[in-house]
Design a binder for this molecule. Structure first.
Ligand code: MCN
Length: 793
């Protein structure tokens, strides 16, 4: 049976249903990790390194130990025997990748400002904070490695035991001769350098956790604001030596993550081993300023991007060299982040020759890791900015140069030069719809009018077309990339005796509305109300199998697993119905939550009756087990490839350098949509994060490696007030990768938006001779670009 087998049934998939999660989240009724009341819980506070790079000479904890309420003050040395293994990096991208041992507390050296050095445990938070202030650590300061390009050749080393700052070099160079030939024969080439500044994730809920040991010891419940309860359980077991069966991980309500909670953090490990050692619950909640240094950072790359093209604008080759800032240590998937973009630097264009090399480098800064889009916003930025440069060199309209290079709709499934198979898409249609929605011709006319009139409010129009790979799956492909886990997802669907339905999913939502979406998938298939479907998740005791939520995988992998499990439940119910009605299975059809005899709609048996029969098991056919339940683990055959066109319209004030985002148009193709309202919400949030990178956000360090904007008063996270209403549209090319025909959407907005905005800023100033604008396009930066361009004329 497929979705199209039951046309008479009322469709729930595709409805704009309000998220059932929101009342609890918005009213304060839901409980987040820090809200959990755990009697007797001790409080962990960390003494962190004030230096970017230093040797620890001496720790004096005597005064702190004797302070009121203090239970323990422990150094890295004190806790070293607790660890079965160092902190995990699950993505060793090359066999010779350098990965300096990383323990939750530093022992000999510190490698970034904010690294944990001493754990202070006290009966109250305030007592722990006071005692932490009394710990004296003597350091010998060492030269920090801070600049990514300098790190390549720098005599200083971020890690004293390594012989260079490189962690790995990873290449994808399927046909070097073809690339050489294309550049040799090119009529025009583009050679650009782009900087992906470091970004600080700013989820509404900071990281928080509490570990509760069983009264007799030996079993532990770990509550954490994490995106990955399942992966975390495995990693906690491997790192502490506690058997996995003795660990239950629960992610209560989680207030956003954007990739930053896809990690195994020192504080999670510390709370667990301290609970084991002290036989009491231990909790930790980070302060916002602490989080800006101790939670991973995003991006942090320098990109050298080259295009070869012929005279009519057809791109013949793309060559990329990337420097990727790992920060001080490799966190869970740090080295893999650039690889997630490695296959996509030719974007939506049909290109014959491709070369990509990435060097991962250590610096003495906060470790980087996955941040919304992870590798794909960076790739899209590079190709989309370079395409605009090419258009300018050829005096061609940016939309026209894209049209000439798109992968044609009839070429799907399309085997890319980088070795991927793009599932489906209609890139021309995305562009046409977005241009139409924007009123592109009128915008260009208005731009000319303002230029001719010498209007200081310059208009800029930026186009960006993207494709991404998400739904991180086929486990075999992940194996070929050396990724340390599979890409499947698990689901159980069970119909209870009273015909209410329980869904157990391995996904771990933290703002994506899975309870709503998953209930819609099941309700649509069963012909019941979504209100009768309960969705259970994020607790390894309830959902023991799962690969969690990241990489816009949850719907295309986890949602599909639920769809397939529901199908299996119906298949079992069909057997029972046929037996009860004394007809052949082939003579029955499933419509409106009932099995009915084909051609005799009056002869029917409701699913509710079968659910009760399956429970009493009084009259089941031979060989059919009691209960209506099915569990599956689904491993998709391919990634999904969402795509789209985004257009930003900005006004740049020539007199102040201020950039105002006037309009934002996005046409996205995420295949069939389960809930268009959730899709739009995801796109809104995603666009906002990309606009934030383009215009506002950047982690700034001083020459000694101190983070200068470590508070939300200094680090500019935009609010609704900075943004226009987004104008959204969609194209639907169902993905053949899964039976729902869906592709992910959780990161799409972030991937398309930063290049659209910067292309618009550069477009506004292009007639002055401006060809690039580094991110973020702050008024100061834009103003000085205008001054330099004007002076050079
Ligand atoms: N959806 C749909 N139809 C589609 C595609 C998606 O109805 N064709 C719905 C899904 O059913 C789901 C939601 O959109 O309810 C997102 O689905 P999906 O694209 O599969 O992404 P994930 O659920 O795997 O979410 C991960 C993604 C990532 S990688 C980041 S980062 C991110 C994001 O989601 N972080 C978020 N969105 C976020 N939203 C919030 N509020 N907070 C975060 O931290």
């Amino acid at each position: 049976m497929t979705m199209t087998d039951s046309p008479q049934q009322e469709r729930i998939i595709g409805e704009r249903r309000l998220r059932r999660e929101d009342p609890g989240l918005l009213s304060g009724e839901n409980r987040f990790s820090d809200d959990l009341v755990v009697p007797g819980a001790l409080h962990l506070v960390l003494v962190r390194s004030p230096h970017a790079h230093a040797k620890i000479l001496h720790v004096d904890a005597n005064a702190a130990r004797s302070m009121p309420g203090v239970v323990a003050v422990l150094t890295g040395q004190d806790l070293q025997s607790e660890w079965a293994a160092p902190m995990p990096c699950a993505w060793p991208v090359t066999p010779d990748m350098k990965n300096p041992a990383h323990y939750p507390l530093a022992t000999e050296y510190v490698h970034y400002a904010g690294e944990c050095v001493v754990a202070v445990v006290a009966r109250s938070q305030i007592e722990a904070v006071d005692a932490a202030g009394a710990v004296i650590v003597e350091y010998e300061e060492l030269t920090p490695v801070l600049d990514l390009e300098d790190a390549v050749t720098d005599a200083s080393l971020a890690h004293e035991e390594l012989d260079s700052n490189a962690s790995f070099v990873w290449s994808l160079d399927p046909n070097p001769e073809a690339v050489e030939a294309a550049f040799r024969e090119a009529a025009v080439t583009v050679s650009e350098r782009y900087v992906q500044q470091r970004l600080i994730p700013a989820a509404m809920e900071p990281r928080a956790m509490v570990v509760v040991p069983s009264p007799m010891g030996g079993d532990y419940t770990v509550y954490s604001a994490t995106q990955i309860p399942h992966v975390l359980r495995v990693m906690l077991a491997l790192t502490t030596g506690i058997p996995e069966t003795k660990l239950r991980v629960v992610a209560p309500s989680v207030g956003g993550g954007f990739g930053s909670k896809l990690d195994v953090y020192a504080e999670e490990l510390l709370c667990l081993v301290l609970a084991r050692r002290l036989r009491q619950p231990v909790r930790f909640t980070e302060e916002r300023g602490e989080g800006t240094m101790a939670t991973i950072h995003g991006r942090g790359q320098v990109q050298y991007m080259e295009l070869a093209a012929n005279a009519d604008g057809k791109v013949t080759a793309v060559r990329v060299k990337l420097l990727a800032d790992m920060g001080a240590y490799l966190q869970l998937v740090t080295p893999g982040v650039p690889l997630l973009g490695a296959f996509l630097y030719h974007g939506v264009y049909d290109i014959g020759a491709y070369s990509f090399t990435c060097t991962g480098l250590f610096t003495n800064k906060t470790p980087t890791d996955a941040y919304r889009g992870a590798g794909r916003p960076e790739a899209t930025y590079a190709i989309e900015r370079a395409m605009d440069t090419l258009a300018r060199k050829l005096a061609m309209d940016p939309a026209e140069i894209r049209r000439r290079n798109f992968i044609a709709a009839e070429k799907f499934p399309y085997e890319s030069v980088a070795g991927l198979v793009f599932d489906s898409g209609s890139y021309q249609e995305n562009l046409a719809k977005a241009l139409d929605r924007a009123g592109y011709a009128e915008l260009r006319a208005e731009q000319q009018r303002r230029r001719a009139a010498g209007d200081p409010r310059r208009l800029g129009i930026g186009v960006s077309c993207y494709v991404e790979m998400c739904g991180l799956a086929p486990s075999r492909v992940l194996a070929s990339l050396n990724y340390g886990a599979g890409g499947w997802e698990a689901a159980t669907v069970r119909i209870l005796p009273t015909s209410k339905v329980q869904v157990v999913t391995g996904t771990a939502p933290h703002g994506q509305g899975h309870e709503t979406s998953w209930s819609m998938i099941v309700a649509d298939k069963l012909g019941i109300s979504p209100d009768d479907v309960e969705v259970l998740h994020s607790d390894t005791a309830i959902a023991p199998h799962g690969m969690d939520t990241y990489g816009s995988r949850s719907l295309s992998v986890g949602g599909t697993a639920i769809y397939l499990a529901t199908e299996r439940v119906i298949e079992k119910a069909l057997k029972i119905a046929a037996h009860q009605m004394e007809v052949a299975e082939e003579d029955l059809e499933y419509v409106g939550a009932s099995f009915r005899v084909k051609g005799s709609p009056d002869q029917q048996l409701p699913l509710a009756a079968i659910a009760f029969e399956a429970f009493t098991a009084h009259n089941l056919p031979d060989g059919v087990e009691p209960n209506l339940e099915a569990s599956i683990s689904w491993d998709p055959p391919n990634f999904t490839f969402p795509n789209g066109t985004h257009i930003a319209v900005v006004e740049v004030d020539e007199e102040t350098g201020r950039v105002q985002l006037e309009r934002y148009i996005a046409v996205d193709d995420c295949g069939n949509q389960i809930n268009p309202m959730i899709v739009e919400g995801q796109v809104h949030g995603g666009i906002t994060q990309g606009v934030a990178q383009a215009l506002y956000e950047e982690a700034l360090y001083d020459a000694s490696g101190q983070l200068l904007n470590a508070s939300l008063a200094d680090y500019l996270v935009p609010s609704a007030a900075e943004l226009p209403s987004f104008e959204l549209g969609s194209t639907v090319t169902p993905s053949p990768t899964n039976p729902l025909g869906v592709k992910g959407v959780g990161e799409a907005g972030t991937i398309g938006s930063a290049p659209a905005v910067i292309n618009a800023v550069v477009d506004a100033l292009a007639d002055l001779g401006v060809t690039d604008c580094p991110m973020p396009a702050t008024p100061e930066r834009v103003y000085s670009l205008i001054q330099q361009a004007t002076a050079a004329r």
